[in-house]
Design a protein. Sequence first.
Length: 320
Amino acid sequence: MCIRDSDYIVSFPSTGSEIWFGGLDTKERAEKVFGQEYASIFLNEAVQLSPSTVDKVETRLAQKVQGFKNFMIYDCNPRHPEHFLYKKFYIEKQSYQAQLLWTPHDNVKNLSPGYIERLGRKDEISRARFLEGKWVSLPGAVYPGVKAENIITVDKDFRFYDDIACGLDFGLNTAFVLWAFKHNKAYCMYEITLVGAKESTTKNIISKISVIWWLRKYSVPIYCDHEPDRISELIDAGFNAKKAPKDVGAGDSTVNEHELFFDTKCCNTFQSMLNLVHQVDENDNFIDKHVKENDHHADASRYAQHGRKVDNAGEGHYFF
């Protein structure tokens, strides 16, 4: 066995096999993962990834090895029972899929003395997740109004609504979310997800959102993450792009003022908002900061809804 520290690769000369260690947290690391083909993939902490990111990683399971059947393993602590991985492996499970419940009780010989007892003294939800391996609703949900029963086929006729606003969160993965408003209800009508630096260029964003032809015609506001050069490119392309208000606490309050509905094709936005939780301080009190996991679509949604409110006090643009 040979270990190449600089490349994070373990090789086995006797068989020619290699284990590559990678990450999806930076542009360089993600592009290295997406630029290769693999015979098997192990995703650690998979619940922290969006459905689109997991789908793209699965496309790299393409290496052809004679006599070998490619496979993929997902490792995670359980989250909300509406999480897409729970649905994938428990509700919509296919014949070629399997799941293994592995709790601390199955790993006693490798744990420090008293570890299981300490877990047993945790709160009910923590015990359920980390000691018993149950999928349960998490405490500190940022948007408690996100519910599976509110996944519907959203009417795409923009003339039906009082107002429309969009949010755009740039990053290694880029999220564009379009929200439509009717009275106190907010409808997630469209989402566009770009995974990886090669996809997340401003040129590609413009190409994707141009499909929604009425965005430019009616100057629908697009509240963006604060990247001036990219906002300028969107403006030059004819879009009503502007900086989004960044007050997280006020933005969360605005989102929670609405009854939230999601189109059946807006699964990334639903999952991002469903699983977003508050951070806690040293006294275990929740604060107005989010745990930064799969939050791009949630951020874009907050930009859209709170940006609309700040711009016109929620009175509506009524540009249709």
